[in-house]
Design a protein around this ligand. Structure first.
Ligand SMILES: [Zn+2]
Length: 446
């Protein structure tokens, strides 16, 4: 397959991406950050002529001052046709400027690469979504089904000011029957990865109690600090076992060439000993093959001279599709063993793992389009983290993590780029994503 060249229309996507990077909609998790209204204004200018011609309807919806999302809808002619949503976020995570070799908000184009925070996660896709929607809007024939861009605020902090608020307060504006979002397109072997599932989050706070006392006379006291230590030791020793399903099989088939290694990875007994052989992708493989537990925040004591009576351990727990809250509590009891009786377990805010079936028509359309443009097969994968797509899946809408990155984008390279220093995307990946998305749109709603 020839290398994908950037075409005349593809320059629009590159220029839009650079403009979005320069708006620096940095979301640090505080309500006043993000200020996505700036990038919404960029998109309004991008769509202005198509809006004036009556081809696109846009709505700007603001959940809090400056926390704006833009919905752009191209109306289809057939109400029974599917309506395809393109869900892209406008916010980006903060940077450590010292770690960057270029301005993280400069949007510089250097040797075919566009530099800046958000270039990969996920402004390049948001720009690709916007471009393909505008092309569909100004095409001679209107589409059969609706094509809808949801360019939203606040994905990086969980979406409370973005997709959650939109779904709650403006359900008609965001209504679609199927959707594409981030973050796929990494190469696994000769396959292009498309996300069909995301792990859930079921954090817990473990509360341990002791007996307080003056720290100058520790005799007879029972410090909660030591109990925190006992629990941590136990958590370090007892690990949840692997649970291998269809997506695991697909991952092994796509990524592992060595048949002996593949067989060991497919066996829940030998998998853990085989993981280190996976190199840079071992962490991902470990995460998507089981429920994971990570202690993150420890607390005990408030004053230097008082033996603490209470200690807490916050656990980040990531679940697999099908795991219930009761399953998590049962697993924790098993991991904690005899210590469990003395521990109070509190549930932290979380969300369930979600999955869309790869047998939905939209996934088939993505497979065909990826095959036609790249010559590569698609592998459905599970994301270890979360994205806004889960909010649509929770509504029963099939949603996939899309994107088509160039042939050198292994999963490892992708992980390094996202939220890291010197984030940048190549024009080839933008061209590939545009070419594939155009085909998908034509097949589903064109
Ligand atoms: Zn993202």
């Amino acid at each position: 397959m020839a290398r994908q060249r950037i075409g005349a229309n593809d320059d629009d996507a590159v220029e839009l991406l650079r403009a979005l990077i320069r708006e620096a909609c940095v979301n640090d998790g505080t309500p006043g950050s993000g200020q996505e209204i700036r990038s919404v204004r960029v998109l309004q200018r991008f769509f202005a002529a198509a809006v004036a011609a009556g081809r696109v309807e846009t709505q700007v919806l603001e959940s809090a001052p400056g926390r704006a999302s833009l919905i752009a809808r191209v109306r289809g002619t057939d109400p029974s046709a599917p309506s395809l949503g393109l869900l892209g976020h406008l916010d980006v995570v903060p940077v450590d400027p010292d770690g960057w070799s270029r301005n993280p908000f400069g949007g510089e184009l250097v040797d075919g690469e566009i530099w800046g925070r958000g270039a990969v996660d996920m402004l390049y896709l948001t720009a690709v979504f916007a471009c393909v929607l505008r092309e569909a809007a100004i095409a001679a024939e209107p589409p059969r089904g609706d094509l809808v861009l949801l360019a939203v605020a606040d994905e990086e902090a969980g979406g409370e000011y973005g997709i959650h608020w939109l779904v709650r307060e403006h359900p008609d504006a965001v209504r679609v029957s199927e959707a594409l979002s981030e973050s796929g397109g990494m190469r696994m072997g000769r396959h292009v990865a498309i996300e069909v599932a995301e792990k859930g989050s079921a954090g817990r706070r473990l509360v341990v109690r002791g007996k307080p006392g003056h720290a100058s006379i520790p005799f007879g006291a029972s410090s909660a600090a030591y109990r925190v230590g006992d629990v941590l030791q136990r958590l370090g020793e007892v690990k949840p076992a692997a649970q291998l399903g269809e997506l695991w099989d697909a991952f092994v088939a796509a990524r592992i060439d060595d048949p002996v290694l593949a067989e060991r990875l497919r066996d829940p007994v030998s998998i853990d000993a085989a993981l280190p052989q996976l190199g840079g992708i071992a962490g991902y493989a470990h995460a998507v093959s089981r429920i994971t537990l990570s202690p993150t925040v420890l607390r005990a004591g408030a004053t230097h001279n008082v033996i603490p009576a209470v200690g807490t351990i916050d656990l980040d727990i990531r679940t697999l599709p099908g795991t219930s809250d009761d399953d998590v509590d049962e697993l924790l009891a098993a991991v904690l063993g005899p210590l469990a009786e003395e521990i109070e377990i509190q549930r932290l805010r979380g969300w369930a793992a979600t999955a869309s079936s790869p047998s939905e028509p939209l996934f088939g359309a993505v497979e065909r389009a990826v095959g036609a443009v790249t010559g590569s097969p698609v592998v459905p994968i599970m994301a270890a983290g979360g994205s806004d797509a889960r909010v649509l899946r929770e509504l029963g809408i099939p949603a996939y993590g899309f994107g088509v990155l160039g042939p050198t984008w292994s999963y490892e390279r992708y992980r390094e780029g996202v939220h890291g220093n010197d984030e940048r995307i190549d024009a080839e990946s933008i061209a590939l994503s545009l070419a594939v998305l155009r085909r998908v749109v034509r097949e589903r709603v064109g």
